[in-house]
Design a binder for this molecule. Structure first.
Ligand code: GRF
Length: 203
């Protein structure tokens, strides 16, 4: 299974996936890492792992449609079976999402459908929630709204702030994404009739 990972920042989820796929018997391979930001630390992580990197700066394009078309073409040069959004901080066009239908996953730092978009941890704290977490989902046109694959939960402590909560949620993320990648790579996870399915049964 050939994987392209899209990032904008630190790339700690990218690292978790890379670390999980090191053995000779790994079921998948990250074949490229693409960032919209040249300074993204995740590009360093990829280079350290000997993985090809590309930067496609959205500021060089006239509009979102032009950027996403160029991104599609860049990704397709690596012929991926799976594209992972791992902290890629861009809203994607319908054209992009349709092109990668069924092979595009995202990780989001909330227990979806709660808290789509940004500032998820502060919003969970402000709401007085007892728990927070992360979600992996297939990407569809609706922002953070595609079929759910897997969630990880953490208890919110009375003394938590957005940073402390983010740290604990990220520990969950780093556990979840490699697992889901393995499910997909082994053919267990598929998008069937708009539903995420594991071993042929809707999740
Ligand atoms: C993660 O919290 C992820 O849920 C969100 O962006 C963050 C990326 O972190 N979409 P990293 O770049 O993987 O460290």
């Amino acid at each position: 299974c050939r994987i392209v990972v899209l990032i904008s920042g630190s790339g700690s989820n990218l690292q978790a996936v890379l670390d999980d796929l090191t053995g000779a018997d790994a079921p998948a391979e990250v074949v490229a890492v693409i960032s919209n930001k040249a300074e993204a630390y995740g590009l360093e992580r990829a280079r350290s792992a000997g993985i090809p990197t590309r930067t496609l700066d959205h500021r060089s394009f006239a509009d979102r449609a032009a950027y996403d078309q160029a991104l599609i073409e860049q990704i397709d040069t690596f012929a991926p079976d799976l594209v992972l959004l791992a902290g890629f901080m861009r809203i994607l066009t319908a054209n992009f999402v349709t092109h990668f239908h069924g092979r595009l996953l995202n990780i989001h730092p909330s227990l979806l459908p709660k808290y789509k978009g940004l500032q998820t941890h502060q919003r969970a704290l402000d709401a007085g929630d007892a728990e927070a977490g992360a979600s992996i989902h297939f990407v569809t046109e609706e922002l953070d709204g595609g079929p759910l694959v897997l969630q990880g939960r953490v208890v919110i402590h009375p003394d938590d702030d957005a940073d402390s909560l983010a740290t604990r949620v990220q520990q969950q993320e780093h556990r979840l994404y490699p697992l889901v990648v393995r499910w997909f790579a082994s053919g267990r996870l598929r998008l069937i009739n708009g539903l995420a399915s594991l071993d042929g049964a809707p999740i």
